[in-house]
Design a protein around this ligand. Sequence first.
Ligand SMILES: Nc1ncnc2c1ncn2[C@@H]1O[C@H](COP(=O)(O)OP(=O)(O)OP(=O)(O)O)[C@@H](O)[C@H]1O
Ligand SMILES: [Mg+2]
Length: 1137
Amino acid sequence: MEVKTSLLDNMIGVGDMVLLEPLSEDSFLGNLKKRFDHSEIYTYIGSVVISMNPYRSLPIYTPEKVEEYRNRNFYELSPHIYALADEAYRSLRDQDKDQCILITGESGAGKTEASKLVMSYVAAVCGKGHEVNKVKEQLLQSNPVLEAFGNAKTVRNDNSSRFGKYMDIEFDFKGDPLGGVISNYLLEKSRVVKQPRGERNFHVFYQLLSGASDDTLRKLKLDRDFSKYNYLSLDSAAVSGLDDAANFRTVRNAMQIVGFMEDEVQSVLELVAAVLKLGNIEFKPESRCNGTDESRVKDKNDLKEMCELLGIEQSVLERAFSYRTVEAKMEKVSTTLNVAQAYYARDALAKNLYSRLFSWLVTRINESIQAQTKARHKVMGVLDIYGFEIFEDNSFEQFIINYCNEKLQQIFIELTLREEQEEYVREGIEWTNIEYFNNAIICDLIENNQNGILAMLDEECLRPGTVTDETFLDKLNTICADHQHFESRLNKNSKFLNDHSLPHNCFRIQHYAGKVLYRVEGFVDKNNDLLYRDLSQAMYKANHSLIKQLFPEGNPAKVNLKRPLTAGFQFRASVGTLMRNLQTKNPNYIRCIKPNDKKASHIFTDSLVRHQVRYLGLMENVRVRRAGYAFRQPYEPCLERYKMLCKRTWPHWKGPAREGVEVLMADLQIPTEEISYGRSKIFIRNPRTLFFLEEKRKQCLQDLATLIQKIYRGWKCRTHFLLMKKSQIVVAAWYRRYAQQKKYRNIKSATTMVQSYTRGWQARKLLRELKHQKRCEEAVTTIAAFWHGTQARLELRRLKQEVRNKHAVTVIWAYWQGTKARRELRRLKEEARRKHAVALIWAYWQGLKVRREYRKFFRANAGKKIYDFTIQRIIQKYFLGLKSSMPSMSPIDRKWPARPYGFLDGVHTELRKIFHHWRCKKYRDQFTEEKKAVYEEKLEASEIFKDKKALYPNSVSQPFKGDYLEISKNPKYQKLNSAVDEKVLLADVVNKINRANGKGTPRIFLLTKKNFVLADQKTGQVKASIPLPDVTSVSVSTQKDGFFALKLKEGSASAVKGDFLLSSEHLIEIITKLHRIGATAADREKLKVDISDEFLVQFKQDKVCVKFIQSSPKNGNSISCKRKNNRLLEVSVPTSP
Ligand SMILES: Nc1ncnc2c1ncn2[C@@H]1O[C@H](COP(=O)(O)OP(=O)(O)OP(=O)(O)O)[C@@H](O)[C@H]1O
Ligand SMILES: [Mg+2]
C-alpha cells in the first residue's frame, strides 16, 4: 500500500489550521471555503476536527477508506473523522485511556451523522467474531430506533435530534466491544402535542402510518391518513429525501436485531397509536348547577379505541379528564376540570406517555446492549446532543438545549484553552497569554444555585401562592438585572426599556453562540411537568404491561405526596454528571459547522460560518495551538514509555525522572526547540516529534521482542537440551544394559554353536576315518575283482582277436576273389562291347552300303510308309481322344463324342454300338435274379405288345407288381388265399364284362402257375378256377382299353360256361404273365395273343363279336362298353388328346 507520509501531501488549502499563514479570521474562512468547495469537509486544528456539513453523500466513507485510515498516525493522511476515531480507538486500546468524543455544533451541523460515522468506524476496525459482531450490530442498530422516536423534522434540520444522547461503548483489553450504555437527556416532549410551523412531530408517527401493513394498522385502530390526527402537523408531513415507509421497516428490523420481543414491539406501537388517539379526544363544556363549567368528552369513539388499545377502563379515563383529585396530608379534595384544563390534562398525558415510552426504550436497549462481563472495561463515550438552536419562538426546551451547549462549550474551553494555558504557566513554560471568551459566566447565569435562572424557576414553582410565568419573569428581572448576559424589557436597570425587539413576556440571553430570545410562557408548567394524579392512576390501572411500568407513581399503594423533581433540576443534575464524566476521559473534539441555512450542498454562507467560527472559539483554539505544544506528559510515564530508546536509560534509570528524560532526548538528538521541560512534565511542540518517538519505540519494541524471543528461545532450547541430555544418559544406560545382555546372549549362543560345530566336525572326522577304513577294505576287494576282471577281459580280447583274425583272412580272401572276379567281368564286358561295337559299326556300314545302294528304291516306297505311319498316328490319337471322352456307364445315356474324321465314320458308329452293348451287359450283370425276371417280363411284354397295342407305352414305366391286393397279408382274403394253394403270381381286381349289358362286375383275379381264379370281391368266394392249360388264346384290342378275352379250349371242362371277357388296368402285366407261364410250361403250347379291334368271344353257346371303336374325347374320357345286339358288344375307346 502506498504510504502518504504527511497530511501536507496533495493538500487543498491547509489541512491543519495551525499551519495557516497569515492567521486571520478571513484566511481561516477562506481556507474552510476552499476546502469545502473541493469537497474536503474535514480540517484539523491540531487534534480537533472541524467538520463541515456537505448536505450530500460523499464517497469518503467506504470500507477502503476505513482500511486506509486504520492504524495510521493522525497527521499521516488528509484530515478525516476516521483519523480522529482511529486515534481515539488506538489510545483506548494501546494506552488504556478512556476516551470521549465530543461532537458539538448547532442544529443541523452534522453531529448525529458524525457520531454514527465514528461508531461505524470503530465497529469496522475493532475485533471480529460471532459474538463481537452481534454486539457491534446491536450497538449500531440502536441508532435507527432512537432516531425514529427521538428525532423530528425542524426548520433547521430534517432529522433533528430532539434529545441528548451520550453513549458509552465498552471494550475489553483487546479492544473488542463488549457492550454499551446509553444515557438520554431531556426529550423535547412538547413536540408530541404541538409543532412549530414547518416542523413535524417525531418521525415514528409518520413512519407507522406510512409503513405499517394494513393488518397492523387495523389492529392498532389507525387509518393511513395523517390528516385524521390532531397531533400530526400537516404542512410538512412528507419530507423530501425521507422515506417514512422504508424507515419503518428499518426501525422494525433494528428493533429485532437489538433484541426486542415481538410482543414488546407490539406494545410500543400500541402506545404510539394511543398517543395519536389521545390527540383526537376533544372536550365540550357542560354547565353545572353551581354555575361552573365542567368538561365532557365530545366524541367518545377515539377515547373508546384508545382505552381498548391500552386496556384501560373507559369510564376511569373519562373521569380523569373531568375531575382532579388533590391529596394533601389526610385530605383528599376533588375538583372539576374545565375544558381548558381537560385539554391541558390530555396533552400532559400524551407528553408523559411518549417521553416515558422513550425513556423505557433507552432502558430496554441498554438491557440488550449492556456488557455481559463484569471485568474492567475501557470506555469510549460518544456525545451527540441537540445542537445550539435559535428559533423564532424559543421556549423552555430551547433554553435547556442551549444551556447544555453552553456547558459543552465550557468543557471545551476548560480543556483546550484555559486548562492548557494555565498548565504552561504552572509548569513554568514561557507563555504569552491568549485572550478568549470564557462562557463560564453564562453557565453561571443559568445554573447558579442561588440566583441562577434554573434555581429561580424551581423556587418559583415551589413557592406557595399564585405562580405564573409572569411572576417568574419578574423574579428574573429583579435578580438577574445586573448580569451582563441577561436582557429583559422590564429590567431593573431599564437599559432595554425601549428595546422593541424585546417583548414584555420575554427575556434574552447572550449565549456564547448568539443572543436568544426566550418567551416565558410555559416555563413554569414545563418545569413542573405536572401530570394529574388521576391520570397516572388511570394509566396504572391499565391492563397493559408496558403502560403499568411507565406510570409507577399511579400505584395507589405508593402514594408519594412529595413534589416530584422539576425538569430543570433534573436536567441540571444530569448535565452536571455528564460533565464530570467527560472530564475523567481523554477528550476528542469534532466541531461541526453548518455551511448554510438552506440545507443545500455546495453553498457556503460566509456570514453564517463566520458566526459559528467565532462562537465556537476556533480562532482562539488555533492561536493557543500554534503557540503551545502538541503533547505533554509527566516525566515518569514519559521515561517509562521511551526508556528503551537509550542505552543509558534502559533498562533502569537510577536518577530523577526529569534527568532521565533529558538524557533520553539528548541521546535521540531531538532539537531543543522541539521540547520544553516543565516542572513535572515534558512538552513536545510538534506532533511529528511525538510520532518519531512512537515510531522509534515501536521499532525498539520489535527489537526487544526479538531479543526476548531470542533469550526465551535460547532458554527453551537449553532446557530442552538439558532434558534431552538427561534423558539420553538414562536411555544410554538402559540401552547399554540391553546391548550387553544381547551381546552376552549372542556370545553364549555362538559358543554353543562353535561347540556344536567342533563336536560335529570331530564326529564327522571320525566318521570319515571309519568310512575311509571301510572303503579301503572295500577297495581291496574291488581292486582284486577288477584285476581278475581285467585278466579275464584280456584273455577274452585275445581270444576274440584270434577269431577276428581268422575271419579277416576269410574276408580278405573273399574280397580278393571278388576283385579278381570283377576285373574278369570288366574285361569280359569290355570285350563284349567291343564286339558289339564292331558288329554295330559293321551293321551301320552295311546299312550305309545298303542305303547307298538302295536309295532309289527307298524313295519309291517312302510315300506309302509315311501314309501308313500318319494313319496309324491319327487312329492312335482318335482312340486316345475317345478314351478320354467316353460317356457314362448308364445305358440310357445317349451321349457319344462326335467323330473327328469322316473316314472313321463306320468305326465310330461301330464302336458306339460295341460300347453300348458292353455297357448294357455291364448293367445287366449287376441284376439280381428277381430283377432279371422282372426285366424279362418287361422284355416279353415288349415283344408281345410293342407297336401293337396303344396301351403298351404307358405300361413301360409301371413296374409289374404282381400282388396288387397283398393277398397273403390282407386278412380279408385269408380264406381265398387258403383256397389257392399255390404261390399267387398275380392278384388284382378285374371287371368281368356281362354279355347282356356290357357292364363290368368286379372280380378278384388270381393267377398261379397252374390256374387262374375269379373270386367275389366282397366275399372272396371263388367263382371260377380255370386251369391254365385250358386257356388257348387271349384277345385284346390295339387301343388303350384294358379289355381282354380269355378263350378256353373247346371241349374242356372249363369251357362250359364260355370264354371270359374281362377288363383290367393291368392288362399288359396279366397277359405277359399268362404268356410267360405258357412259355415256361413244358406241357403246354404257347399262349396265343391276338391283337385286333374285333374278335369273337364264346359266351356259352353264342359267339359274340367284340368290336372296338375310337370315340372322340368330346363324348367323355371313359371307356364304355355297350351291347349293340345279341352278337355285338361295342367298346368305344376315346382317342388320346
Ligand atoms: N458527513 C455528512 N455527509 C453527508 N450529509 C451529512 C453529513 N453530515 C450531515 N449531513 C446532512 O445533514 C443533516 C443534518 O445532520 P445531523 O442530523 O447530523 O445534524 P445534527 O447536528 O445532529 O443536528 P441536530 O442538533 O438538530 O440534531 C443530515 O440529515 C444529513 O442530511
Ligand atoms: Mg442530531
